[in-house]
Design a protein around this ligand. Structure first.
Ligand code: 26W
Length: 826
């Protein structure tokens, strides 16, 4: 690989240095004799990008000449995280760059820290998209990701007086050396206006005119695969004003008004919506969705037409995956273009669309299922609403045919929810317009079939599949935990280049789970990582935490269903218990712990924000209680993001994944924690179930109600059951209310509701089993060799959760696409 890279840009020290210094001088226009770390970062990034562009060009050219079948991954979110280390590792030049930079006075690790963390996503769904891009490039699948180039990523979270405060993340203020602006790739996108319909030999077609037109401009980010020359692409769209449509206003003499209108166009791709579980029905959000889908579909069609003169092979050459329903309008856009512009007969257009699209569902929570008011769609996208009604008509005819007389089924399955404000059910629309639908973990996919998509599973057996999520071990082991990566390579005597693409070979580590030398090194790696996190915590919160304590971590978006609330209730319980125990007995009763909780709350989600405040208030009290000392520390980790995760996860010894059974579709950080030797305390929810299957339930701390028990409890609540709060939990509630932790009145509403039949997420039901599981944690940690054995078994059997495995399954079962390896460069 190395030698061959030489035939591109040289990978010897001099070539690397020359390329960096050239960029300092000619790209940054700074003095080549003095530049700071940030300058060095920028210049190095440009120099790495040069390398990526070479293979990126070769890759795309090769795919085109070979007319390769392509996969397009459409997502409103790509949570890439920092790109520099990932790029260096994937193209196998991290060491040469380290040396070359060291030689001219720069530490590569310091330069990594100079990069902004591009955070164009909310959480799991966006990060999954990023892991998938890495795996598709690595597996040499011809793939492009498509999304939006937001000016503002997910907000930055600050903590003031214990409350979350949001500030804008204008991540582009120092430029973005990784992207390539495509002045030559633009499309017009229309909004509003009206439709003229006409009859074309029996086919009704439409002409959509008027309204506003904005320009979509492409920005490309190369996505290098690991240990391959293939380099894929992520194309993000930015909205710009459209020049041709200004004359009316100019003629009206309203110059400033015209400028104002133009600026509105840029607003479309301005900001990522920070909600990860409820949809506000905002017009701007629908604009974003249609804007990027329209540009994307046109781009795909243009590419197809370069090498094809008929539509016959479109679905055989193109597969489009919808990351949840957010890009669902793309299928209607394809249909519209085929019917209104390409003048295809309905059946042919429908067939092409149907065979091209597939849809992934990421949640069963009703409040997170998108529904768009027909008024809103009809106004913004009049022709699309026509087509949706038409699809619904044909579809319901089929339902009636299949289930004669079953009217309630027809209304249940309708793509339109009736009511004063009629709504399009985007999930149903996506099912009907796709050839395959999938859930993201076995339990989740089964629930889909039994609950929200039951009728559809009955009518289209086999259409609903499972594709259990995964994560890329390149970023989530090798980059974030170099110590562990080296230990693994040394132990199983394989280069990291081998096991990182064949993660099941980690099984060999099992043989060492009780090997003294191995454990010694393993413990060393963990404590180095804990030290790194200790420094991070000090720097970001000012809090001093000990390293000789159990590091207990829960990081994810703050949500009632994820139950950070239950975690902090237990912390309070533990605190009260310590206080009740005489000093001299404490050491033998309690294992010292640092409880760390981090995550962002959606800005409009009051209960989630109240939970953050409670955590901070509890932390404040406990950390300043000298009587408790280092036995218990509580930290709210501010501004949890991908780059923070890369520090936090490798340092964790215990991690919490404690959602109410049946609510977390999969979870993906659970997989990252396992790969990094943290033990899971968790419920039988999402992918935890499969993790238990793989690594053995005895290597986890599993507790809590199963899905049927949750259903029963909810029914009981509904029927008036109120006896579910035991004395120990009552004490915790009382402590909160009595002001032990200062003014936390924002949480009182939630407390009241939970006590009065509103415990929808079963905090009280699972609380005592959770206490028992926590006791088991302490007991096990005291037997440290046993603890290590459990965490090593976890790593050894985590291979299934590589996103390479996930992508292979998508390729075989959904996309029917295979690898295309570009020839070695000459
Ligand atoms: C419409 C607003 C909105 C935005 C995002 C609704 C819902 C979402 C996503 C479904 C939220 C999300 O990130 N879901 C997570 O997806 C992960 C990847 O599949 C799963 O591992 C998580 O369990 C799921 O919560």
């Amino acid at each position: 690989l190395w030698e061959l890279m030489n035939s591109y840009i040289g990978s010897d020290k001099r070539s690397i240095q020359r390329s960096i210094v050239n960029h300092v001088e000619y790209t940054l226009a700074r003095s080549r004799f003095s530049f700071d770390d940030f300058g060095a970062y920028q210049a190095s990034a440009f120099s790495i990008r040069d390398r990526l562009i070479e293979s990126w060009n070769d890759t795309n050219e090769y795919f085109t000449t070979n007319d390769s079948k392509r996969v397009y991954y459409l997502s409103l979110e790509f949570l890439l995280g920092r790109l520099m280390q990932n790029a260096l590792v994937n193209i196998d030049v991290e060491e040469p760059y380290k040396d070359a930079l060291m030689d001219i006075g720069y530490k590569l690790e310091n330069l990594y820290e100079e990069e902004v963390d591009p955070a164009l996503g909310n959480g799991g769904l966006g990060r999954l998209a990023a892991c998938f891009l890495d795996s598709m490039a690595t597996l040499e699948i011809p793939n492009w990701g498509y999304g939006i180039r937001y000016d503002y990523g997910i907000f930055k979270q600050g903590i003031v007086d214990g409350y979350q405060v949001e500030s804008p993340d204008y991540w582009l203020s120092h430029g973005n050396p990784w992207e390539i602006e495509r002045q030559d790739v633009t499309y017009h996108v229309r909004f509003y206006g009206h439709v003229k319909k006409y009859n074309d030999g029996g086919v009704e077609r439409g002409v959509w005119e008027g309204g506003d037109v904005v320009v979509a401009q492409a920005y490309d980010t190369p996505i290098p695969g690991f240990n391959t020359f293939n380099c894929n692409n992520l194309r993000l769209w930015r909205s710009r004003p459209c020049n041709e449509f200004d004359f009316k206003q100019f003629n009206a003499g309203d110059y400033h008004g015209a400028i104002g209108e133009r600026q509105k166009a840029e607003y479309i791709t301005s900001v990522l919506y920070p909600n990860d579980s409820s949809e506000g029905g905002k017009e701007l959000r629908l604009k974003q969705q249609y804007f990027f889908c329209s540009a994307t579909i046109r781009d795909i069609i243009r590419r197809y037409k370069k090498t094809h003169s008929t539509w016959n092979f479109f679905h055989e050459k193109n597969q489009i995956q919808l990351n949840d329903t957010h890009p669902a309008i793309a299928s209607i856009e394809l249909l519209r273009i085929l019917i209104d512009e390409e003048k295809l007969p309905w059946d042919q257009a429908w067939g092409i669309m149907y065979k091209t699209f597939a849809y992934t569902n990421h949640t069963v929570l009703p409040e997170a299922l998108e529904k768009w008011s027909t008024k809103l769609i009809g106004n913004l996208l009049p022709r699309h609403l026509d087509l949706i009604y038409l699809i619904n008509f044909f579809f319901l005819e089929k339902v009636k045919q299949r289930y004669p007389g079953d009217n309630s089924r027809v209304s249940r399955m309708s793509l339109i929810e009736e009511g004063d404000d009629k709504k399009v059910r985007m999930a149903f629309l996506s099912i009907v317009c796709s050839h395959t639908v999938n859930g993201v973990a076995a339990l989740h996919s089964e629930l889909l079939k039994k609950t929200i998509f039951k009728d559809f599973d009955e009518m289209f057996p086999g259409k609903l599949q499972n594709k259990t999520n995964g994560v890329t071990p390149r970023r989530w082991i090798h980059c974030c935990n170099p110590g562990l990566s080296k230990l693994i390579s040394d132990t199983i005597m394989e280069e990291h280049t081998t096991w990182l693409t064949n993660l099941t070979s980690l099984r060999e580590l099992s043989a060492y789970s009780q090997d003294e030398d191995f454990i010694k090194r393993f413990v060393q790696v963990k404590s180095d990582n804990k030290l790194r996190l200790q420094k991070w915590v000090k720097e970001h919160t000012g809090i001093d935490i000990p390293t000789n304590a159990l590091y207990d971590v829960m990081v994810k978006r703050i949500h009632e269903y994820k139950r950070q609330f239950m975690n902090i209730l237990y912390v309070i319980h533990r605190y009260l218990q310590i206080k009740e125990t005489p000093q001299h007995e404490r050491a033998s009763k309690f294992v010292p712990r640092v409880v760390m909780i981090g995550g962002k709350a959606a800005p409009g989600y009051a209960n989630a924000k109240a939970i953050i405040k409670l955590i901070n208030s509890v932390a404040q009290k406990i950390n300043n209680d000298r009587d408790v000392g280092e036995l218990l520390k509580v930290v709210f980790l501010p501004n949890y993001c991908v780059s923070a995760a890369q520090i936090i996860i490798p340092a964790a010894e215990l991690s919490q994944h404690i959602s109410t059974a049946g609510t977390e579709a999969s979870g993906t950080s659970n997989m990252k924690f396992i790969m990094n030797g943290s033990i899971i305390i968790g419920t039988m929810d999402g992918a935890n179930v499969e993790i238990a299957e793989e690594i053995g339930a005895e290597n986890m701390f599993i507790f809590g109600a199963l899905v049927p028990e949750v259903d029963t409890f909810r029914k009981q609540l509904h029927d008036g059951r109120r006896d579910y709060i035991g004395s120990r939990l009552r004490k915790v509630f009382d402590a909160i209310r009595s002001g032990t932790f200062g003014d936390v009145s924002t949480i009182h509403g939630m407390l009241y509701s939970i006590e009065n039949g509103g415990d929808y997420y079963c905090v009280c039901l699972d609380y005592y089993p959770y206490l028992t599981a926590q006791e088991k944690v302490d007991e096990t940690y005291r037997d440290y060799p046993k603890w290590c054995k459990m965490s090593i078994e976890g790593i050894a059997k985590s291979g299934k959760f590589s996103s390479d495995r996930t992508i292979q399954e998508y390729c075989m079962d959904i996309w029917k696409v295979s690898a295309v390896s570009i020839p070695k460069p000459t």
